[in-house]
Design a protein around this ligand. Structure first.
Ligand code: SF4
Length: 492
């Protein structure tokens, strides 16, 4: 008997992606198909499950399943031909990756039908569920998305925008939402704007998406981002949407900096910043902070693809040529391996192979976006060393990750974070580099435009959490002792 290695296991040293959401309302467009196209562009945000819900004003239909979008919709989209739809692609850790936890979640209540797709992680979900259970609510899944649905349908206001705005005041944490009612599409963003969400225009309708690349894929023109604390209600017919603020949180915005470092696609523009240009600027900062490398190395490589844009930026700033010294096999998918082989070892070799003439006898700077547990960098450097590299300098386009994330990103618990438990010199020795350099926090802030960096969350680097989870009293101490990470196992 053998075993299988999944493509995502090659990225076992990366923070887990979160989720992607998409929604559309239009009288004339094929809404389920546009949602499929939008989700296809968001597949990098979650590969565990996918789903689409469609409404036609009277009924709603949903189709959800485990796996990639192409697996779930192999035999077709939801049958209902509606005028509005939402969709979801999901990342989760293994424990929570079960069919009952797929989205969008759909319910019928006294006000009609409601479907909801959620990206983020609530920080008061236990308290919220206890309060709702006391009032008679039942929960069937381990997702905090179910608590969101329950709190919305129990709100007293009648108009859907006001109902959602009222209920969001009770919810804390990171959430970007796309909701369907029988006659509306609604977009919601938490008051810190942790997770991205933007609005696009169709010829006779509207679309909302986690990233602007999904609007492009569906043929929608980017209009603007949903503001922190905003509820936007779209009606069929394409008229201007209604906007409510459940909390005027604009001054408190804390957009996740990891969207720019690693998660988002480089062709997306999030909260006014190009992801591509942000990564170029991070690479330039690495070059400015390490001027000795300009004379010392023959070439700069990237760990493809996550380090590539920053490596190009390093090359532009330093004048060191950027070369594609690691070939990436793009057809790995789900691959059979012998039972005697270690998944991670064989995984790296199946995925990456050095281009020997670029490596032999050369001093090389190699750029990656982050180190979480430190499980992969050493294997990549060994590939290059075995191919004849003379010197290897590892450059990381983010600062050391020292603290876990409570807002929907699986960065591992603190005791698993190699930078929280080891010195830089210990990590350098462990991965077998001649030197190891991280971009500084100041350099990262500069790369993201110092004037606007006050609107960012950097908590996994500096421990300055914009919001502490309510659920566990004493959670700050628990986090600092390395025992807890809220998001692990939730993974939306
Ligand atoms: S803690 Fe880190 S990963 Fe989490 S939202 Fe803040 S910047 Fe993003």
């Amino acid at each position: 008997m053998g075993d299988f290695v999944e493509e995502r296991e090659f990225y076992s040293d990366k923070p887990g992606e979160e989720c992607g959401i998409f929604g559309v309302i239009s009288a004339n467009e094929p809404v389920a198909y546009l949602t499929y196209l939008g989700l296809f562009a968001l597949q990098h945000r979650g590969q565990e499950s996918a789903g689409i819900a469609v409404g036609d004003g009277r009924a709603m239909d949903t189709k959800r399943g485990m796996g990639l979008l192409t697996d779930v919709f192999r035999n077709g989209l939801p049958e209902l031909k509606g005028d509005k739809a939402i969709g979801h692609v999901r990342y989760s850790t293994a424990g929570a990756s079960i069919p009952v936890n797929t989205q969008p979640l759909m319910v019928s209540f006294s006000g009609g039908n409601l479907a909801l797709a959620h990206n983020g992680n609530l920080t008061n979900v236990n308290a919220l569920k206890r309060e709702l259970a006391d009032k008679g609510a039942f929960f069937h899944t381990s997702m905090d998305t179910e608590a969101l649905v329950a709190v919305i349908i129990s709100a007293e206001k009648q108009a859907i925008g006001e109902k959602i705005a009222e209920s969001m005041k009770k919810v804390e944490g990171a959430f970007s939402l796309a909701l369907l009612t029988d006659d509306k599409l609604v977009a919601v963003r938490d008051k810190f704007g942790f997770r991205p969400l933007c609005i696009g225009r169709l010829a006779d309708g509207w679309a909302v998406a986690s990233e602007s690349c999904a609007l492009d894929a569906a043929g929608a023109k980017f209009v603007r981002d949903v503001e922190p604390g905003e509820v936007v209600v779209f009606t069929r017919g394409g008229q201007r949407p209604e906007s409510f603020f459940y909390d005027k949180g604009i001054n408190k915005a804390a957009h996740c900096v990891f969207e720019y470092i690693y998660f988002a696609r480089t062709d997306s523009i999030i909260d006014g910043r190009s992801v591509y240009l942000s990564r170029i600027a991070m690479g330039r900062e690495l070059a400015r902070e390490n001027p000795d490398l300009k004379e010392r190395v023959d070439a700069v490589f990237s760990v493809p693809d996550s380090g590539t844009t920053a490596a190009i930026g390093f090359g532009m700033e330093s004048g060191v040529p950027f070369l594609e010294g690691l070939n990436k096999n793009r057809y790995v998918g789900r691959t059979f391996i012998q039972p005697t082989q270690q998944k991670r070892d064989v995984g790296v070799r199946m995925k990456l192979n050095p281009v020997r003439p670029l490596v032999e006898g050369k001093a090389i700077a190699i750029v990656d976006d982050s180190i979480v547990r430190g499980t992969t960098s050493g294997k990549i450097l060994k590939l290059l060393r075995d191919a004849g590299a003379r010197e290897l300098h590892m450059l990381i386009s983010s600062p050391p990750i020292l603290y876990p994330c409570y807002y929907g990103i699986d960065t591992a618990v603190r005791k698993e974070l190699i930078s929280a438990t080891h010195t830089g010199e210990e990590i350098r020795q462990y991965i077998g580099a001649d030197s190891l350099r991280f971009v500084s926090l100041a350099g990262l802030r500069r790369a993201l435009d110092a004037g606007a960096s006050g609107t960012m969350c950097y908590a996994c680097f500096n421990g300055e959490y914009p919001l502490w989870p309510q659920d566990q009293p004493g959670s700050r101490q628990a986090a600092e002792s390395g025992e807890m990470c809220q998001c692990r196992g939730e993974g939306k």
